[in-house]
Write a protein that binds this ligand. Structure first.
Ligand code: NI
Length: 175
């Protein structure tokens, strides 16, 4: 496995729509998912999309949220290929997001509270789930990367964005 280079905000690759994976069984896809997992863990992320590592394919990975909620240290990663998402209701939530392509920054983003997603795992098996909260948020964030959208394009307001230290000090303390 190897650690991949993460594209930083400003790199045009982050604004390209990714292509569908045509052959999930191709060994290079499994290798890419393993390398993306290693890269995400190394960078202490909770989600990563292939365009962020300069691969124009519709693949995302994210940490298991059950494990995060239970404060269980075991690292369990889901890979989702060629995903589709849809909201279950119109209900939305605003919360702070960060991104491995914008290290040290945070922005306040509105997302649907509950979504359904559907796609394939790396063995070609269908994954279909209804999720909410942080799980729904991360999947929407990573899905945006596959569509060439970075969270800065979805800020609740233009000023709700900045360096984490300042956000913690001037925004979160007053929430
Ligand atoms: Ni991101």
């Amino acid at each position: 496995m190897s650690i991949l280079k993460i594209a930083k905000f400003g790199h045009p690759t982050l604004h390209n729509k990714a292509s569908l994976v045509e052959n999930i069984a191709e060994p290079s896809i499994k290798k890419l998912i393993h390398d993306m997992s290693e890269t995400m863990i190394d960078a202490r992320g909770i989600g990563l999309a292939a365009p962020q590592v300069h691969v124009n394919k519709q693949i995302m990975i994210f940490r298991s949220f059950e494990a995060i909620e239970e404060k269980n240290d075991a690292i369990n990663i889901t890979a989702l290929i060629n995903p589709k998402i849809k909201e279950i209701s119109n209900e939305t939530e605003n919360d702070w997001e960060a991104c491995l392509s914008l290290p040290g920054m945070q922005g306040l983003v509105k997302r649907f509270s509950k979504i359904q997603y559907e796609g394939f795992d790396m063995n070609g098996k269908v994954i279909k789930k209804e999720v909410e909260g942080i799980h729904a948020r991360v999947v929407q964030h990573e899905y945006d990367h596959l569509m060439g959208i970075v969270y800065t394009e979805r800020l609740v307001n233009d000023k709700a964005f900045g360096f984490s230290e300042e956000i913690e000090e001037y925004w979160k303390k007053n929430e």
